[in-house]
Design a protein around this ligand. Sequence first.
Ligand SMILES: [Zn+2]
Length: 379
Amino acid sequence: MSLLLALFMGLSALGVQGSTDTTRTDTVTAVVVYGDDLLLEADEALSDDRLEQLLDSLCTLDPAPEDLIRDLRLFKRIRSMDTDQMVVLIDSLFELDTVPYPLINEINLYASNMPTQSAVDQATLLPWSNTNIEPGQEVYGAWNTTNPNAYGPELSQKDTVVLVQLTNGPCGFSMPVPPVVTSRFGWRDGRPHNGIDLDLVVGDQVRSAFPGVVRFAGTFGGFGRLVVVRHYNGLETYYAHLHRLKVKSGDVVEAGETIGLGGNSGHSTGSHLHFEVRFKGVPIDPSHVIAFTEGELLCDTLVLKKTRWSFAAYPMGTQFHTVGKGEHLYAIAEHYGTSINALCDLNGITRKTRLRVGQRLMVSAPQVNDLAQTTKVAR
Ligand SMILES: [Zn+2]
């Protein structure tokens, strides 16, 4: 079965799903996919943390999908493997009585998309969009006022690492509502929860997080009454389950300007704001942008690192700590001069979460006041 090595290493090969590389050589990079089945839906993020969250969430289902859990655990293990080890693993999967094709497909796709270090080093700083008419066209192309989900993964296919300057001057950010988090970004009952839920009373004012232009204001499926704002920094924010809309598409809004009143519309149990932060249509974890305990931005520059179809978001200056044997949150917080609350916020965990040995935690996001400073250090 080492034929497979040749195939997924991207030598010239036939494949169901292929992509040409940008240098336009005669070689076609192809990924072999057996049938249509994948372990994960195509638009799901695959960071280690999210995979852990998905596993935790699947384990709480009754009955738990045991085959899927087993396959995902195996898939998680390949992340520390080199390609030779992956080939051995895939060979062994083909020997099984029931060949797990979705798992093999997932491993093939993962292997073909492993980022190279040089790609990570060549981060591009997203331009600040200086127009009040349909901002962000250089990033998004067409401005769509009828479909909140108008931008799909194809838009970010060629991205590697993108730097987003969150604010440009003072008064550039406002909490949409006071920060009382009732549900985090990640996995809930085996399904992705693409935003963060913030508690409110029906009729509370909901404010735009950053300045920008309203792209969508209307009712949309489970979101209920929804406002989507395109910001000059390139991000979009979503405000769902509103009771009343106070803006229409095309309206220019400042950070902190009321865009609607909070409510319980759409698929919602109890009044709350479902708040999403997206880049090119891809939801990113709002708690990697905003410190919800303090109600402030974590940092003024966000690093978005492309995963297979999604983006992992880190505040610039983030450090990682790999949990060692016997370590607990208190000691880790003390070591990095941060608080347990801040650690929990940033990593989407609670004080009661059991840390796993080898788990990577984000530990700090010191304010980086200007990018030039960072660039200076890099030189
Ligand atoms: Zn929600």
